[in-house]
Ligand binder design. Structure first.
Ligand SMILES: Cc1ncc(C[n+]2csc(CCOP(=O)(O)OP(=O)(O)O)c2C)c(N)n1
Length: 638
């Protein structure tokens, strides 16, 4: 019988003798590999944190003591140990366990996560609350070295270190990797652990030597020890955290459960901020993931024996690939083009650009705010920075877009990847707010391509535009249309009528246009002649086209993969209202004023009426409600 069968909560872990814990770790690893091979997920990060999860639950009294996993993508072992072993097979499935930590999922998930670098701030908030409530509980925040590249983490360290009476334990899980190799001064600082280890050996040998010297030996030893302490702080990572008033311990091997437990048992009694530096191997225990941690950071389904990906490669390139390839082509012609990513060169399709133009490529770490203001700086000097960031993560940089880019009309190009529903990563990752949050900013142009050819044209449009401009495109395969060899720009603010029918007009934006075109065919089967318009621009919207259309076809359906409030449909309503056409019947299809759960994107699209059948259904509903046709009862649901 396996040990895991007996583990229903951390209390059961505590019952195990320490000698059994490595076996427990091995069983957890097998379960994680087996399940993630079928569901996809953040394999390498979670495999690296198995011993850490066991040790923390062994030593601390969770959920009374609070445990926060930064990002939450490495918390699979934590889920398995905290009563979710059986449900673990539903990981990232619609209705199943989330791929991140969720307060609504378990009392052991102290904080809901998904976006990085929040753990220290949230943890310190909890520590202060415990202090105010006079509750004797510990707060432990586990953060990766990648997540420690974000400014937010330092804001937390700064406040926590300035209030030494509120104790907080930060565990730095250092695997030298973000999604790709970690970048910047911090990562080279942390990797000085080798010299730290060497230093410890040296200290031991010297201490032994000095103490053996007759009479003066002890004095020399004490002097050397004091000097060494200050010397050590120059060459070890401890210096940084000690400067923040954190008591620093480590670096220790994060796969040796015994050591972890010993040190956690010691530091849990320290009544001031503590940082424990733990070194781990990303993908630990599963060779394919150890060898290729970038691929297995967030992978699809794979064959456990070979580690080979089982997801079929789509027959057409993804939007991300088209973006990356087109940027390469454009950069060859235009030396002003520079590319900026916030720790996601692979995810945003910029790896080839980085290889071809290392001097014109900037990975700034998980620092979206900095990425935008840094790009504003580049733009003031005549460069054309393209900042490629997932729609959901660009939310972090709202004020930088407003204050540093739009206010100054700087020609920064925002490429928002993963716009719309992203699927299994769920509520923290859907890119469904960008139309609304960008549309309110003066001077900013906001576009969304319906297919890859339009994406390329929008990239050309952006490069020719002398001001801030954004385009957003979805996750996954493009539409599969042929692309023009000569890329022509699109006049700013110009939509396009793709089908001209007099019964109803469907105004769509982005990839929804393809669904609208399919809905057009479904409606024709029902005897309905629909116009289909590709809005192309969320801002400035093509008001002239919309008003002209509304005068001819007074029933309008708008379609967008964005929340309904403040998005493309709202822009259409405003344009109609401004033109005195408020009486036109408008139905807006989009996402509700709620957070959308995780699940396959196709399923979510169907659920929220964003696929062709949904668009046709809503259109028929609008027609039924607006006296069309006279024999409205004949209209079937599709
Ligand atoms: C604000 C934000 N930007 C980007 C990401 C995407 N992302 C998820 S995990 C990750 C790397 C985290 O590295 P680290 O903290 O070292 O954890 P590891 O996966 O190496 O264990 C990134 C960039 C994110 N979750 N949040």
């Amino acid at each position: 019988m396996s040990l895991l069968d007996e583990i229903h909560s951390p209390a059961d872990v505590k019952k195990l003798p320490r000698a059994k814990l490595p076996q427990l770790a091995a069983e957890i690893r097998s379960l994680i590999v087996e399940v993630v091979s079928r569901t996809g997920g953040h394999l390498a990060s979670s495999l690296g944190a198995v011993e850490l999860a066991i040790a923390v639950h062994y030593v601390f009294d969770t959920p009374k003591d609070k445990l926060i996993w930064d990002v939450g993508h490495q918390a699979y072992a934590h889920k398995i140990l905290t009563g979710r072993r059986e449900a673990f097979t539903t990981l990232r499935q619609h209705g199943g366990l989330s791929g991140f930590t969720r307060r609504s999922e378990s009392p052991y998930d102290s904080f809901s996560t998904g976006h990085s670098s929040t753990s220290i701030s949230a943890g310190f908030g909890m520590a202060c609350a415990k202090f105010l409530k006079k509750e004797d509980a510990k707060v432990v925040a586990v953060i990766g070295d990648g997540s420690l590249t974000a400014g937010l983490a330092y804001e937390g360290l700064n406040q926590a270190g300035g209030n030494p009476k509120r104790d907080l334990i930060v565990i730095l899980n250092d695997n030298e990797m973000s999604i790709s190799r970690n970048v910047g001064a911090l990562s080279s600082f942390l990797s000085r652990t080798f010299s730290a280890k060497k230093l410890q050996e040296l200290r031991r040998e010297l201490g032994f030597f000095f103490r053996k010297l007759p009479r003066i030996g002890e004095d020399i030893y004490q002097l050397a020890k004091r000097t060494e302490e200050s010397f050590k702080s120059f060459v070890t990572p401890g210096m940084l955290f000690e400067a923040f008033n954190f008591e620093y311990f480590g670096p220790i091997n994060g796969h040796k459960i015994d050591h972890l437990i010993d040190i956690l048992n010691n530091i849990k009694y320290i009544r001031e901020p503590v940082l424990l530096h733990v070194t781990t191997t990303k993908g630990k225990g599963y060779l394919p993931a150890e060898k290729n941690p970038v691929y297995f950071h967030g992978c699809g389904c794979f064959d456990v024996t070979t580690g080979h990906c089982l997801d079929r490669k789509p027959p057409v390139p993804t939007y991300t690939e088209v973006f990356g390839q087109t940027l390469l082509e454009m950069a060859a012609e235009d030396p002003r083009i520079v590319a900026v990513t916030a720790a996601m060169p692979e995810g945003t399709g910029l790896s080839k650009f980085a290889q071809a133009y290392p001097d014109r490529f900037f990975d700034v770490g998980i620092a979206e705010q900095h990425a935008v203001t840094f790009s504003a700086g580049l733009a003031t000097e005549g460069f054309r920075p393209i900042v490629a960031i997932y729609s959901t993560f660009l939310q972090r940089a709202y004020d930088q877009i407003l204050h540093d880019v739009c206010l100054e009309r700087l020609p920064v190009i925002l490429a928002l990847d993963r716009g719309g529903l992203v699927g299994e990563d769920g509520a923290t990752h859907h890119g469904i707010f960008d139309f609304s949050y960008l549309r309110s900013l003066p001077n900013l142009v906001v576009m969304a391509p319906r297919d890859e050819n339009e994406l390329r044209r929008m990239m050309r449009t952006a490069l020719l535009h002398d001001g801030p401009i954004a385009f957003r495109y979805p996750r996954g395969p493009a539409a599969g249309v042929p692309t023009d060899t000569v890329i022509t720009p699109i006049p700013i603010g110009q939509g396009k009528i793709l089908k001209d029918g007099g019964d109803v007009a469907i105004l769509a934006i982005g990839a929804c246009v393809i669904e609208a075109l399919k809905a057009h065919a479904l409606l024709l089967d029902q005897g309905v002649q629909a116009s289909v318009v590709d809005g192309r621009f969320v801002k400035p919207i093509d008001a002239a086209l919309i008003i002209d259309l509304a005068r001819r076809v007074p029933r309008i359906v708008t379609v967008e993969e964005n929340v309904r409030q403040g998005g493309f449909g709202s822009a259409v309503l405003e344009a109609l209202n401004d033109a005195g056409l408020a009486a036109v019947a408008v139905e807006r299809i989009g996402l509700p004023d709620a957070f959308v759960e995780h699940g396959p994107a196709s399923l979510l699209r169907a659920k929220y009426g964003l696929n062709a059948a949904g668009v046709a259904d809503t259109t028929l509903h609008l027609l039924r409600q607006n006296d069309f046709p006279p024999a409205a009862a004949r209209l079937r649901r599709v």
